[in-house]
Design a protein around this ligand. Structure first.
Ligand SMILES: [Zn+2]
Length: 154
């Protein structure tokens, strides 16, 4: 699929190439390789109810049945309190770890430049902690696969 290698230069939002579900799955594997848990009492997400869905980032917000705490996919990560959509979060991590310039990332991902700078610093500080199930060198191939899958669904 030659398109995916040039997507960032064609002038359309690259975030449209990833589905929210695929992006959430990737973030889940990246930040919570053992599964999403309540950050306070460590009960699994199966022991939580969906409390609401955030308006801007469209993330499910869970309420833990054991301790009544509220949490989501970003809780305890560099994206906590940010309004990024999952696609933006995946592509920002990818861009930062590939060393792409902040102004380019801000433009491509339609994010505020200062937000990109702040998140870039945190992503780099946490780089050792962000050990993913999927090692980074494979992410290129994996994202191509993700793009292909999202294309097939349409
Ligand atoms: Zn809890």
């Amino acid at each position: 699929m030659e398109l995916s290698h040039h997507y960032s230069h064609r002038g359309f939002p690259i975030t449209n190439l990833l589905s929210p579900e695929q992006s959430e799955q990737w973030l889940l594997g990246h930040f919570h390789p053992e599964g999403l848990k309540c950050p306070w009492c460590k009960s699994t997400v199966e022991r939580a109810n969906v409390f609401r869905v955030t308006r801007k980032s469209e993330l499910k917000v869970y309420r833990c049945k054991d301790c009544q705490s509220i949490y989501n996919l970003y809780t305890g990560t560099v994206f906590e309190q940010r309004q990024l959509r999952p696609q933006q979060a995946v592509l920002l991590i990818r861009g930062v770890l590939k060393g792409e310039p902040s102004d380019v990332l801000a433009r491509e991902l339609e994010l505020n430049y200062v937000t990109v700078l702040q998140l870039r610093r945190k992503i780099q500080e946490n780089a050792e902690l962000l050990q993913s199930e999927e090692p980074l060198p494979d992410f290129e191939a994996e994202s191509d696969e993700m793009f292909q899958n999202s294309g097939e669904k349409r």
